[in-house]
Design a protein around this ligand. Structure first.
Ligand code: FAD
Length: 379
């Protein structure tokens, strides 16, 4: 039976949920406080490494096919090394019989195409509208937004890491601050990136170079301890690039900054409950993780995929509880993996450096272990 959903938040996860629900025949209204997403010829600062399972969902939704090829950076290899030891590991897609390991997509480009598909599918979209109030009961939900009171059967909070809906509903959080900021920028490199996603671990945090469609452009994600991040913010572009060049081990030749720089606080958090009466948390509203393995949005797309499996047929609160349990396990596993990576690499202890150096070298040489690592990198 068709239900009425109100989705709050027009990021990638809210839009994918709204579109999928609408395609199943549900009535859907999406409320977004910002403008409808657009993009220009200029490369966007925020990108995501989209894993195979997310691409499969976006293909099923009919959106992946619409993305312009010149804004997609499929990556066929990954190289990860430790600046402080001899540890290095390199993966290639052909080692697991795949054409690529995933693709780098600018968030805005994906959001724009999801938005358009949602319009075409008949989702009622309300841009530039913030939620003022909401109410829940065991039988319905209501939301006050843009001077209207909307009623529905379910309320989906896809309103991001600060999730005003989660806060208003008083759903408790587990969190810790990584005491790091993620600096993002677009970099032109004199050497071609050859479709390789590179990441170096420094004692102050990992620095990633993600290949964009142009062979000489990469997207930088520099996760830096708060003090270093503060210093980086104060540098002018020339000094910033000198610092970046220094940590790059010359892996991409001469680097040039071709965008502004953006800074994002990095925090791990997950909500202890994702379901309250008829309110569901999804995407970053439910969980956020360190960007070092580029899995935050992928985890959110996993939530959407699992939710659509529930809403495809008649469902009730027990099915939603099952969805919540299943996705919480996936989120906690991902958080634990990120944490072990971060702790393993974030220490300056000489013994730890030796162990991780040996571990990476060994993993690089043992084909079955390496295949396992590649599969976990694929998400
Ligand atoms: C530096 C960095 C790099 C990253 N790299 C990757 C990567 O490579 N791969 C990956 O998978 N993930 C990555 N992530 C994580 C990824 O960006 C997020 O997981 C993803 O964007 C979350 O999407 P979302 O739709 O849940 O939330 P958001 O994108 O935050 O969207 C929430 C939306 O809700 C709207 N909203 C909020 N409150 C209201 C309200 N009251 N009323 C109406 N609208 C409201 C906001 O305007 C916003 O549009 C990275 C994150 C960071 C910080």
């Amino acid at each position: 039976m068709s239900q009425r959903f109100i989705v709050v938040g027009g990021g990638m996860i809210g839009l994918a949920s709204a579109l999928g629900l609408r395609q199943q025949g549900h009535r859907v209204t999406l409320i977004e406080q910002g403008k409808a997403p657009t993009y220009s010829d200029e490369l966007e600062l925020r990108v995501s490494a989209i894993a195979h399972h997310s691409r499969a969902l976006l293909t099923e939704l009919g959106v992946w096919q619409q993305l312009p090829a010149d804004r997609l950076g499929p990556y066929t290899a990954m190289e990860v090394w430790d600046q402080d030891s001899f540890g290095r590991i390199a993966f290639a897609a052909n080692e697991v019989n795949q054409a690529d390991l995933g693709a780098i997509v600018e968030n805005r480009v994906l959001e724009r195409h999801l938005w358009q598909a949602a319009v075409d599918a008949g989702v009622e979209l309300m841009p530039e509208t913030a939620v003022q109030d909401h109410g829940l009961s065991d039988t319905e939900v209501w939301v006050e937004a843009g001077g209207q009171r909307l009623r529905g059967d379910y309320l989906l909070a896809a309103d991001g890491v600060k999730s005003p809906l989660r806060q208003a509903a008083g759903l408790p959080l587990t969190f810790w601050d990584y005491q790091q900021q993620g600096c993002v920028a677009v970099i032109r490199c004199s050497e071609p990136h050859n479709g390789c996603a590179r990441q170096v671990f420094l004692p102050s945090g990992p620095v990633a170079w993600l290949p964009l469609a142009d062979p000489h452009h990469v997207s930088l994600v520099w996760s830096a301890d708060s003090e270093l991040a503060r210093q980086l913010q104060q540098l002018d572009d020339n000094d910033f690039i000198k610092q970046l060049q220094r940590v790059s081990d010359q892996c991409l030749g001469q680097l040039e900054l071709v965008s502004q720089r953006g800074y994002f606080p990095l925090r791990m958090q997950y909500a202890k409950r994702w379901l309250q009466q008829r309110l569901l948390l999804i995407g970053d509203a439910a969980h956020s993780i360190h960007p070092l393995a580029g899995q935050g949005a992928n985890l959110g797309f996993g939530d959407v995929h699992a939710l659509l499996a529930v809403t495809a047929s008649e469902f009730g609160s027990a099915d939603l509880r099952q969805w919540e349990r299943q996705r919480k396990v996936a989120a906690v596993q991902m958080i634990a993996t990120m944490e072990s990576f971060k702790r393993g690499f974030g220490t300056a202890s000489p013994v730890a450096k030796l162990v991780r150096g040996l571990g990476l070298r060994l993993a690089d040489r043992l084909a079955p272990l390496k295949r396992k690592l590649i599969k976990s990198a694929l998400g």
